[in-house]
Design a protein around this ligand. Structure first.
Ligand SMILES: Cc1cc2nc3c(=O)[nH]c(=O)nc-3n(C[C@H](O)[C@H](O)[C@H](O)COP(=O)(O)OP(=O)(O)OC[C@H]3O[C@@H](n4cnc5c(N)ncnc54)[C@H](O)[C@@H]3O)c2cc1C
Length: 439
């Protein structure tokens, strides 16, 4: 395994290209899919081969629709193949905030759908026999008394409003049974959360979608969508799909294909790295609970132990990927702060990805034109919610849009700042994080 290199960079020595992430290095082989090179007809064309697009394709194909999925690069090239693999309860937006935006009835429905999203991951993994290291157990960690108070209020809110009573607030020394770090004063242990190898999961879903009849193509970037004769025509450089319905699932990578949609997202870079495999003794000391951990800060540290005993550690938000050295230095600093005993930190591999953040941090799921659906902006909380978003889109295509409309009714405004919206948001996140650390 290469050290201190961005595996997304092409090999300069002409040897076999390096896998872009540890996920790619550790996943079972996935047969490359050919680009679309012809004009084809379909009922639905899905744009984007991440968890949202693949979930939508699977749900639609299971309903009997003829589905074509077009992915610009390879399946999982976007956030879905490079995230922290954390299965997090709820939404990126605090539920009290979400109630203010959506009202009590819609927010209740959203909470229930959030729990359904977690259950959907488990049921799809079981049903399609996807080997993706799915494990239960989650910890939100508080570094300051103020964060502890925030966690306590959240637990109280979840319990009283939604009857979600599983999480337990832990103070030291109970907390140290889950995570061996002096960085935290308290934590909220949530047995409903968990972790997963996201690329294995995505590829497993893609396999299921293809078995159900989806025609899936890689290296088929969509360049334009035109409306003609009551249908949408989805064009790549060398092919086109004529379909009544189109699903836009490009999230933070969608760029210029639909500018108004993209303007409602701030694409923010987050970085992830893995250490070499750690000894059982080290793991018992730093991660005795073997749960996924995320701190309760605006731009959080998130980490877990992989199936092959590495610490997989992510941190953000930053507004640019930066060079390999800068990213490694940044991640090493963050790891050493949480686990000083690992200093000097060794990294086997690091990479970056783009998180699509909405202004409210509520997912942006809705219609963006005639028979044109979209789902984006999971704001760092998408591993589970994307699966449900795909199901909701399939329901809407089939004409049962009640649940889809719970999300579609929310208004998502563009970010101010145009191209600077990513940097501005990252700057704000850093400022809030600094304020949190100062207590
Ligand atoms: C570093 C990082 C860590 C994260 N950690 C977590 C976590 O631990 N837990 C969690 O819940 N969430 C996490 N997230 C968020 C989560 O990964 C995303 O919400 C989720 O993967 C979004 O899936 P998606 O399918 O909507 O988008 P993506 O996975 O980004 O997929 C979009 C796809 O669309 C393709 N595309 C774009 N434009 C076109 C076009 N014109 N034509 C064809 N294809 C196109 C892209 O190539 C890409 O493959 C993280 C995100 C990042 C970046």
């Amino acid at each position: 395994m290469q050290t201190r290199r961005d595996r997304t960079a092409p090999s300069r020595r002409g040897s076999a290209p390096r896998p872009p992430t540890w996920y790619h290095a550790s996943a079972r082989p996935f047969t490359a899919l050919a680009p679309l090179d012809d004009a084809v007809d379909a009922d639905v064309c899905v744009v984007g081969g991440g968890l949202t697009g693949v979930s939508a394709a699977l749900a639609l194909a299971e309903r009997g629709y003829r589905v074509v999925l077009l992915e610009a690069g390879q399946i999982g090239d976007g956030a879905s193949g490079r995230n922290g693999g954390q299965l997090v309860t709820g939404f990126s937006c605090d539920m009290r905030e979400l109630r203010r935006h959506a009202g009590p009835a819609a927010s209740r429905a959203m909470w229930d759908m959030g729990l359904e999203a977690m259950a959907l991951v488990r049921s799809r993994v079981a049903r399609h026999a996807i080997d993706c290291d799915l494990r239960r157990g989650y910890l939100f960690a508080a570094g300051t008394p103020r964060q502890r108070a925030g966690l306590a209020e959240t637990a109280e809110d979840w319990a009283t409003v939604y009857r979600y009573t599983g999480p337990r607030l832990l103070d030291r020394p109970d907390l140290t049974r889950l995570v061996g770090s002096d960085s935290y004063v308290a934590g909220l242990a949530d047995p409903g959360g968990g972790q997963i190898h996201p690329l294995e999961y995505l590829r497993g879903l893609a396999g299921a979608a293809r078995l159900a009849g989806t025609a899936m193509f890689e290296h088929s970037r969509v360049l334009a969508i035109e409306r003609a004769g009551g249908r949408n025509c989805v064009r790549t450089a060398q092919a086109e799909v004529r379909a009544r319905f189109v699903v836009l699932a490009g999230n933070a990578y969608l760029e210029g294909l639909h500018p108004p949609l993209h303007a409602r997202l701030a694409p923010v870079a987050s970085h992830v790295a893995v250490t070499p495999p750690l000894t059982p003794g080290t793991l018992r000391r730093i991660m005795p609970g073997n749960v996924a951990v995320c701190d309760w800060a605006p731009a959080p540290d998130y980490y877990r132990v992989t199936g092959d005993a590495r610490l997989l550690f992510g941190a953000g938000a930053r507004y640019r990927a930066g060079d390999d050295g800068g990213r490694d230095r940044f991640l090493k600093r963050r790891i050493a702060r949480v686990f000083p005993s690992l200093d000097p930190v060794q990294l086997d591999c690091s990479w970056s990805g783009l998180i699509g953040v909405t202004r409210t941090r509520i997912p942006d799921i809705g219609r963006s034109g005639p028979d044109l659906f979209h789902a984006q902006g999971f704001s760092g909380h998408g591993v589970a919610l994307t699966g449900l978003a795909g199901v909701l889109v399939a329901e809407a295509v089939a004409g049962t849009a009640e649940r889809f409309d719970v999300f579609a009714a929310l208004r998502h405004r563009p970010f101010p700042g145009g191209a600077l919206r990513g940097p501005l948001l990252a700057l704000a996140a850093s400022w809030f994080r600094l304020r949190e650390r100062l207590g």
